[in-house]
Design a protein. Structure first.
Length: 242
C-alpha cells in the first residue's frame, strides 16, 4: 500500500450540490410558464376619459345691453300676465289665512261665502296649473330647462314622485297634495258633515302655504324680461301664443 491511503468506500454516493443562482441584473422575474404568459398578455387599464365641460348656460353669458321700454314690454308680457293671476291667488289666500290666524271669519263673509272662497281658490289653482302644463310649459320647455320635463305630458299629478320633473312641476305636485286635503275639509264643512274650526283649517293651510308662495314668486321671476331675453328674440316672444 502506498503512503496515501484511500479510505474504503461505504457504498453511498453523496448528492451533488445545487448550482449557485446567478442574480438577474434586470431585477425582473425569469419565471416562465402559463401564469407568466397570462401576466404578460394582460392589458394595462386605459385611463378614464376626462368629463366634458358643461356647455355655458344663457344665465352665465355676458351682460346684455339695456332694453328699450318697448322691448321690455314684449319680453315681460308673460310675467305680467302671470302676476295678474298670482295676485288674485295671494289675495284669496290672505283672506282665508288671516281669518284662521285671527280666529274669526271676516264680518263681510257668511260661513257659506267663506267656505266658497276657499273652494274657489282650489278650483282656480287647479285650472291655472292645468293650462300651464298643457299649453305654456311645453312651449317654453323647448328652450328653457326650468319649464321642461322628460316625465311626459300633463297633468302634473302624473309627475308625482318622478325626479326628472322640473322644480316648478314638483312645486305643483306639493301644492296639490296639501290643497286636496284642504279642499276635502272645506267640502265636508259645507255639506254639514263637520263643523268649521279655523284652527284646524289653518293647520291644513300650513302644509302647502310656503311652497305656494315660493312657486308664485319663482314662476314670475323665470318669466321676467331679463330672463326671457336670454332665450328668445323679440320676434319669438311675439309668436308665443299665450
Amino acid at each position: 500500500m502506498s503512503d496515501t491511503e484511500i479510505p474504503p468506500s461505504s457504498g453511498e454516493v453523496s448528492a451533488p450540490e445545487p448550482p449557485l443562482e446567478t442574480p438577474n441584473p434586470s431585477g425582473c422575474s425569469t419565471e416562465s410558464g402559463p401564469s407568466a404568459a397570462a401576466a404578460a398578455a394582460k392589458p394595462e387599464p386605459e385611463p378614464e376619459p376626462e368629463p366634458e365641460p358643461e356647455p355655458p348656460t344663457p344665465a352665465a353669458a355676458a351682460p346684455l345691453p339695456p332694453l328699450t321700454p318697448a322691448q321690455f314690454r314684449v319680453y315681460n308680457r308673460l310675467a305680467e300676465q302671470m302676476e295678474y293671476f298670482h295676485d288674485h291667488f295671494r289675495q284669496s289666500w290672505n283672506t282665508l289665512y288671516g281669518a284662521c290666524a285671527a280666529g274669526r271669519r271676516p264680518a263681510a263673509l257668511s260661513l257659506k261665502q267663506f267656505l266658497n272662497e276657499g273652494l274657489h281658490l282650489c278650483a282656480y289653482l287647479t285650472a291655472h296649473h292645468r293650462i300651464e302644463e298643457t299649453h305654456l310649459y311645453p312651449i317654453l320647455g323647448r328652450k328653457m330647462a326650468a319649464f321642461r320635463s322628460s316625465a311626459g305630458p300633463p297633468p302634473s299629478r302624473q309627475f308625482k314622485g318622478l325626479k326628472e320633473a322640473n322644480e316648478l312641476l314638483r312645486q305643483h305636485e306639493a301644492i296639490h297634495e296639501g290643497m286636496d286635503v284642504f279642499e276635502a275639509y272645506l267640502r265636508e264643512c259645507r255639506a254639514g258633515e263637520r263643523e268649521l274650526e279655523l284652527g284646524v283649517l289653518k293647520g291644513k293651510m300650513d302644509t302647502w302655504g310656503e311652497v305656494l308662495m315660493r312657486h308664485l314668486d319663482q314662476e314670475v321671476r323665470d318669466l321676467s324680461a331679463e330672463n326671457m331675453r336670454r332665450y328668445y328674440t323679440i320676434e319669438e316672444m311675439r309668436a308665443i301664443p299665450i
